[in-house]
Design a binder for this molecule. Sequence first.
Ligand code: GLP
Length: 241
Amino acid sequence: MQIVILATADHVADYGAQLFISQLTNNPNSVLGLATGSTPLALYQRLINAYQQQRLTFARAKTFNLDEYLGLAGDHPQSYRYFMQQHLFDHIDILPANTAVPCGAAIDPVAACLEYEQQITAAGGIDLQLLGLGRNGHIGFNEPSSGLRSRTRIKTLTPATITDNARFFQAGEYQPHLSLTMGIGTILDARKVLLLATGANKANAVKAMIEGPLTAACPASALQLHQHAIVVLDEAAAATL
Ligand code: GLP
């Protein structure tokens, strides 16, 4: 695990965006693993800027998102598909057919998870997987106790994660308690992994991920097993290392 500590969240976004730009420049056919949450937003804005300045094209790229709420269709404003359209896909030249997000409205979600794995395999696997970090150490929606070799499946969200993500939902709005998420094994299969964490509220999870034991109690600690994992932190997130 390579650890990079930078002064601010802006520096983290610059660094992460540069890795994605290099990846796509070196291989325009790259298969990218993408994430939602607040942390990647600044990175996505930098990718949009690079596209608008004609420094970058996604015309031949494919993307696979980590996760989705079970029960939300892609046109639901709180769905992760909607998030990706708003914050990235609608602003770049990627082909809609080349963007995959687990289907939260699938009639048979178990089958949809298996199919998602098959789609990733058929695409040749993920070249570069972007990750955020939950305050409880989750990656994607792999909550504590997730199997370290798990594959894409349905996961129940913990009360802590439901509370953390409640800020995205209106008061009284239905907030799903179930998700579809790539497994930890799926994430570890990516050829390169880039985890970004910023802010003091991530410091405990960062410490557990990097300095703690390899344990399902901190799913992100599984990245200790990955040969090409880069963790990019701002000083606040790295404060307890
Ligand atoms: C959600 C997502 C994760 C993300 C996490 C942290 O639970 N499923 O993929 O990493 O939130 O989000 P944030 O970046 O907003 O702190």
